[in-house]
Design a protein around this ligand. Sequence first.
Ligand SMILES: N[C@@H](CCC(=O)N[C@@H](CS)C(=O)NCC(=O)O)C(=O)O
Length: 228
Amino acid sequence: MSAQAPPLTLVSHALCPYVQRAAIVLLEKGVPFARRDVNLAAKPAWFLAVSPLGKTPVLLTDNTAVFESAVICEYLEETNGPPLHPSQPLDRARHRAWMEFGSAMLATVGGFYTAPDAASLQARRTELQQRFTQLEAELSADGPYFSGTGFSMVDAVFAPVFRYLDAFEVCGEAGWLENLPRMQRWRIALAARPSVQQAVAADYPQRLLAFLRTRGSELARRIAPARV
Ligand SMILES: N[C@@H](CCC(=O)N[C@@H](CS)C(=O)NCC(=O)O)C(=O)O
């Protein structure tokens, strides 16, 4: 590694929502890092050597490969300011619990865009909307973020979730946050956050749409060909 190279490398995939949360935390903390994209459809040997589960993200430090996005984020929290977790243990536990909730939501998001037929698409949509309603009840009244005016690590987890909504709306699946004003405000604030914007490449929306279109799913069949 040259003298100018950043000490940290985030092993990434262009569309991975778990990579995004690690990138957002790095950017929020102003930690210099390089990105190295990997083709998850043909995982190279160097990647399998640093990623025991064969998944992105992995954070390469001088001498260790840290895998699992939540673990990467916690490591960054312990080693770099400013803090993105609350100072009180119980508040911190609550934030971590809702981060886990965000990971579970990503599984449902995947179930939505791979749903094989209209009935299962609708079932996953109903499930996601229930989750959004649960979140609405948890959000701070002050906003715009999860806990109020300050950006927290839990916010980094939900920014990629909202990005999927942008793509689903282009596919004709709209109206996700109707009657959920805190969620709407949260989504807008996250989309405007520089760290969130910089966590993906400029062509992310087109790439995500192209990815969704090749799932062979009910959603894929609904995407107008002209949009990709
Ligand atoms: N629990 C993991 C999930 C990471 C994950 O599922 N990454 C996906 C890409 S978004 C992946 O690498 N999939 C490749 C595979 O499972 O073979 C984390 O939080 O880091």
